[in-house]
Every structure is written in C-alpha cells, then in structure tokens.
Design a protein around this ligand. Structure first.
Ligand code: NOJ
Length: 533
C-alpha cells in the first residue's frame, strides 16, 4: 500500500479536492483493441497530474459482461481482462500515488450482473431458498403479471421472470436497470456483510475513496408496494418514491463511514445521490458519506436565476448538515456541457465559464474526462449506439462517452488506440482532431491551458487560506443577468449569463474565462474570479 507522495496524509484532503473522472473504456487504449484500459490510463497519468487535479475517479473496470459498460459487475474484487489485470491495477495505484494523485473507485451496491455467482446460485436454488433471499425474488400475480407496477430506469417493467419456461417456478426478480442487473436485497443482513468485505478488499489495497453508485436506492419500501407515480423516469429514480431515499439506507453509510474512518490516511465515500438538495445533504451528515454530487446543479440550463436559486438551496442544506456541496457539470451519464449550453462557440464559452464557476466555489469538484478539451456531445450513429438505455428506453448516453482524441493524426481514432487497425468501440467524428490534447497543447489560449491555470490559482488561494472549504456562499443576480456568488468575505465568482457585457463589482480580477472588453466589462457567456479589497 502506498500513500500519495505530494499530498501526504493531510486529513480533510477531500474537502476542496478536484477529482478527474476517467471512464476507462474511452480514455486511452493501451493494448490496441479499440477499448480503453488500465495500461492506457497509466501511460497518461502524467497528463492528468499536469492538469493540477488531486485525484482520479475511475468508473468500473471489474469483471462484467459489459451490458451497462461495467455497471453490471460479476466479480467485485477483480479486473476485467478487457481492461487489464490486477497486477496492472496495483501498478497504476502506485504510479498515481507517486504523482500525488488519489484514486477513487466505483462501487455498485444496488445491483450486480445476472452472471454474478450469487445470482446464478439464487436462480438454481429455487423459490424460498436462502440464496434467493439475497435478491428480490417475488411471486407474480395470478394472471402472470409482475409483483408490482415498478418501471425500470432503462425502460419496461422492473421485473423479469426467474425461469421463463418453468411451470413450477413462478417467481420474478427485481432489476431497477436492465434485466441483466438484478437488485440486491439490502434488507438481508448477509448483503451488508458481503459488501463490507468488498469495501475492505479495495481499501486494504490502498485506494483513497469509493464512489457509491445509485446510493439512494439500495433499500426498497417494505412490502414492495405499487407506486402511484407516473413521473418521467430519470437516472435518479425520483419518479418512484418506493425505491428511493428510504430512511434505512442511512445505516449503510454510517456503517461504511465507521469502516473508512478506521483507515489511515483518510479514505472517502462519495455518493451518487440523485435527489433534491435538502434530501441529498442528509447523506453527508458528519457520520455518513464525505461527499455527494450536487445533482440539482448538474442539470441546470444557462440561466442565472436558476443557478442562483439552486445555489441558494444547496447553501441552505449545507448550513443545516455541515458538508459543502460537491460540484460537477458533467459525467458519463449526461449530455456534455458544451452541447447542453447551446453548442458551437457559444457552448464552448459557456462550458469554460461554467468550469471556472464551479472551481471557484467552496467544496470539492469533479471534472469529467474531455471537459478540459471542450468536447461536445456526439450524435453517435444509430447502429453504433451501445448504451442499454438506448435499446430499452430510446435514450442514449453514448454521446458523452466517445473516446478521447489525443493527437491531430487522422488514424481512425486520433491517437486513442496505438494502432490504426483498431476500430474504437464508439466511432469518433472526423472533427475530433481539432479537439485533441495535441491541438490544445499547441494553442496557448486553449481550455486545456486555461484549466491548468485555474487549478494552479485555486491551489494558491487554498494555500493562502483565501479559499477555505467552509466558506459561505451567497448567490444573487445583478443587472444584465450577472450571476454573483460571494464566497467567504473575499472572493466573488461572477458569470455573465445574459446577452450584454456586464460591469463587474469592485476588486481585482484574478482570472477570467475570456478577455474583458476594452471598457473592462465581462463579455456574455464568460466568468471571472474577483478578489475584493
Ligand atoms: C449510474 C451510473 O453512472 C450509470 O452509468 C449506470 O447506468 C447506472 N448508475 C446503473 O448502475
């Protein structure tokens, strides 16, 4: 086990950490099969370190049939050969720590793969067996309909027959996502014990944190009652209160917090808690998780009033529960911000301003791979779409998952794969070279350079204690759609969200996402950090 070299065992490191999210199959392909892997990630660790981030969150690389790109895990304590070996992971962890980068891994405790040995054992053991008690197996209704009316997030019923051909086995099993992702039954204590071993396995190896997938959905309402909700299904499952935010789930995170607290240096839990700010903040009470993504913020359009309202709500929740929000504008499940904010040059300016904004706010922040390159969402050709949500629900998240372009060389993948013979697992657009790392390196005004500069300045402000994680945030909207977040007593984060240049409040402009106008105004679609005198 190694300790991050440059950061040392500083406790509370996570409170203002910036973490870079790696979606391994799309980051860099080391072995030339068209799918990114651990070797590719290791090769480019210096690139990530040079950004100035504090760590990396790696989405699942454990053995999996890859129905949901790894979020269908068949062995929680292994490495899928598609991505490499356990030895390579150990080397990667050491190399990352040597560069001062923490490593956060994904844990998927709501469901596993239908290929998981315990689910296979449950299928074989039959109704009423302890093996089936690890999952939600229930009898259907007489007419052969599922046990209740819950819908899967990916579309269709949330139940599938255990043994479709059988006359004797009339049971169904629950899957909030695809049928290949059966839900664990968290009311069975054996499930909690199983996951404690999984967590220990990775923590003992020396990983610095765990990102908890669908953290608010582990417990289902007692008795699995029908839902009255017919609301739109979103990844956060909010349309079905019977599967979301049940009080019992907090005991799981208290147990996991006791577990992580026993490790030195400090390890963290970060939750995918896709709930409104006041509910999500309850998952980061002092004895639960360290961080939960501020999802209410992730979904916002380019609208000053909406940002101020959600920012104010998050601040109110922080005051009650203590932990600052954890900021993000992108991840592998949502449309990239350049596209969400209008696309083209305008989308790029806004995405860059958005990044400067979240990096100026108190709390941790996550940057999704490619955000530093202004990657737009891609309209992936229909036949190439790989997201199970596309096949079942007609919504594709593939556009945010296209392999990263490393060079300007039109070799089929712009340097993602070492060989031009390999077809990248999702096709890359012909324009991808202009977004590549190489193109950004050559342009001193590029967003890649801008992100590095922003993180360098952020580090200095943290060192001087001008930025402290406990800073309060006061949000307001001024004339011409100028959004202001007054952070602590000294810094203002200003974002011009209207269509006219804005006069800035008094103070020194420390950094801006675009040059000010000759009159010293902040142009539309840009942001600035201002140090007040
Ligand atoms: C959230 C993950 O980010 C997403 O990619 C996945 O499909 C679902 N959880 C199910 O695991």
């Amino acid at each position: 086990m190694t300790t991050p070299a440059t950061l040392g065992p500083r406790s509370g490191w996570w409170q203002d950490a910036v973490i870079y999210q790696v979606y391994p199959r799309s980051f860099a392909d080391g072995d030339g099969d068209g799918v990114g892997d651990l070797a590719g990630l290791q090769e480019h660790l210096p690139y990530i370190a040079a950004l100035g981030v504090n760590g990396i969150w790696i989405t699942p690389f454990q053995p999996s049939p890859q129905i949901d790109q790894g979020y269908d895990v068949s062995d929680y304590c292994g490495v899928d050969p598609l991505f490499g070996t356990m030895e390579q992971f150990d080397d990667l962890l050491d190399a990352a720590h040597g560069l001062g980068l923490r490593i956060i891994l994904d844990v998927v405790p709501n469901h596993c793969s239908s290929e998981h040995p315990l689910f296979q054992a449950a299928l074989a053991a039959g109704p009423g067996s302890p093996e089936r008690g690890m999952f939600h197996f229930e009898d259907g209704h007489n007419a052969g309909t599922p046990p209740n009316n819950w819908q899967s997030v990916f579309g269709g019923a949330a139940w599938s027959r255990a043994n479709p051909g059988s006359d004797t086995d009339r049971q169904w099993y629950l899957h909030l996502f695809s049928p290949e992702q059966p839900d664990w039954n968290w009311r069975n204590p054996a499930v909690g014990d199983y996951f404690e071993d999984v967590l220990r396995f990775w923590l003992d190896k020396g990983v610095d944190g765990l990102r908890i997938d669908v953290a608010h959905a582990l417990f289902k309402a007692e008795g699995l009652p029908d839902t009255a909700s017919t609301g739109t299904v979103v990844n956060g499952l909010r349309s079905n209160p019977q599967v979301s935010d049940q009080e019992e789930v907090h005991e799981v995170y208290r147990r996991w917090r006791r577990l992580t607290d026993a490790y030195t240096p400090e390890r963290i839990l970060v939750g995918e808690v896709n709930l409104e700010p006041d509910r999500a903040a309850r998952y980061t009470r002092p004895d639960e998780m360290h961080q939960a993504f501020a999802f209410a913020f992730v979904k916002l359009d380019w609208d000053a009033a909406a940002w101020a309202a959600v920012g104010t709500e998050l601040e109110a929740a922080r005051r009650v529960h203590g932990a600052p929000p954890t900021w993000a504008l992108e991840n592998h499940d949502i449309t990239r911000s350049v596209t969400r904010f209008g696309g083209g040059e305008r989308g790029v300016s806004r995405a860059r301003a958005g990044l400067l904004t979240i990096l100026g706010l108190p709390g941790g922040a996550y940057i999704y791979q490619g955000q530093e390159l202004n990657l737009p969402d891609v309209e992936v050709p229909l036949g190439a779409r790989a997201d199970p949500m596309w096949a079942r629900g007609g919504v594709s998240r593939d556009g945010a998952r296209v392999p990263l372009p490393w060079t300007t060389v039109p070799d089929g993948s712009y340097g993602f794969s070492p060989s031009s013979d390999a077809d990248p697992w999702l096709p890359v657009p012909a324009s991808w070279g202009t977004h590549s790392v190489e193109a950004h390196r050559q342009d001193p005004q590029s967003t890649l350079h801008f992100v590095r500069e922003t993180l360098r300045l952020r580090g200095q402000l943290i060192e001087k204690e001008i930025f402290t994680p406990g800073d309060a945030c006061e949000w307001r909207v001024e004339e011409n759609g100028l959004l202001i977040c007054a952070r602590g007593n000294q810094v203002l984060v200003a974002v011009a969200m209207g269509d006219k240049p804005c006069r800035l409040p008094a103070g020194d402009v420390l950094l801006a996402s675009a040059p000010l106008t000759p009159e010293g105004l902040l142009p539309p679609d840009s942001a600035a950090w201002i140090l007040q005198s």
